[in-house]
Design a protein around this ligand. Structure first.
Ligand code: FES
Length: 157
């Protein structure tokens, strides 16, 4: 069951739509703007967008679920991204991936129960020459060792 949108969320989303409505293929830029403003695409946003853009809820839901960029749950206070692309895989990214999942008790795309950390995998952070690469929020780290990853995952640091 989808909950009804709260008034403030609805106002926020309708004003985002008003800003981007005239763009070509407006749904994608609108969803990106929703991500930027809210940090995720709440399920309550889907009926609002469907109504505003004269689309079915299924159409909007289909686009949201097709693109991995559109999170559907509130992200943690910190987001840790581990690069799993080839250059980083060749220098130990798989080990870091296992380590992070074991340490946090989540798999990729999930957030720890206390809401502290969201763990994501990405496929290239543009830092290939000095992999393995890890990004914590907006900060990028290269040549990350297991010990350094432990420090990066320490939510109390
Ligand atoms: S392959 Fe990891 S940063 Fe490019």
């Amino acid at each position: 069951m989808t909950s009804l949108p709260t008034r403030s969320l609805e106002d926020q989303v309708r004003s985002i739509v008003a800003e981007h409505r005239d763009k070509r293929g407006a749904l994608l830029p609108i969803l990106h703007a929703v991500m930027e403003d809210l940090g995720y695409v709440d399920p309550a946003v889907i009926p609002i967008l469907a109504d505003e853009l004269n689309l079915s809820r299924a159409d909007v839901h289909g686009v949201v679920t097709f693109y991995h960029d559109f999170r559907q749950t509130l992200p943690g206070r910190r987001t840790v991204r581990i690069c799993r692309a080839e250059a980083c895989q060749a220098v130990g990214a798989a080990k870091l991936a296992d380590q992070a999942q074991a340490r946090l008790g989540v798999t990729f795309g999930e957030t720890t129960e206390d809401g502290a950390v969201t763990l994501e995998q990405v496929f290239c952070l543009g830092n290939c020459a000095i992999g393995p690469s890890v990004q914590v929020d907006d900060r990028l780290y290269g040549r990350v060792s297991p010990q350094q990853l432990d420090r990066l995952l320490d939510v109390n640091a």
